[in-house]
Design a protein around this ligand. Sequence first.
Ligand SMILES: [Zn+2]
Length: 206
Amino acid sequence: MEFSSKLLENAVREMSQLPGIGKRTALRLVLHLLKQPESQTRQLTAALNSLKEEVKFCRNCHNISDVSLCEICASPKREKELVCVVEDIRDVMAIENTSQYKGLYHVLGGKISPMEGIGPQDLTIASLVDKVRQGEINELIFALSSTMEGDTTNFYIYKQLEGLEVKMSTIARGIAVGDELEYADEVTLGRSILNRIPFEGSLKSS
Ligand SMILES: [Zn+2]
């Protein structure tokens, strides 16, 4: 792509670093921004800057939050002994939308993926194991997507917790293998949490 302006070229290059944004889309977005009033671009960059500088992660569940203990963890209405293990905030949002779940979450921050160089130490698994060791949790519900990485992560955590006093279950899903939680419809997802199955049972059936 030949550019008549270095400034334009730089903006397009930065924009195209985003996932799913090719050079052409980046150019379209940059040209769009160029047409907008300056105040709008300023608001966009300000929002991105403060997001990066000020965002916090809940000290208990590791979800993205503006305060050190997130609203869900701080709520007296939630069952603190029930914890749903998810990959990231999108899963928390999807499950919250079902209004069927009253426990807490543990956000791993990803899945174990040797292909992408993500190991257990890159996730919040140690903190989850700690919480279980301290006897804070009665039941863990694994709600990772049923991809190979999701299964590997479930199994790794299961092995880490073997012998500890905690019930482990996995969401019973009526959706195809490989579907991400984010895309599951609310009714199906809600039902799959209520109809969860013991984790060991899920190992034998697969
Ligand atoms: Zn929290």
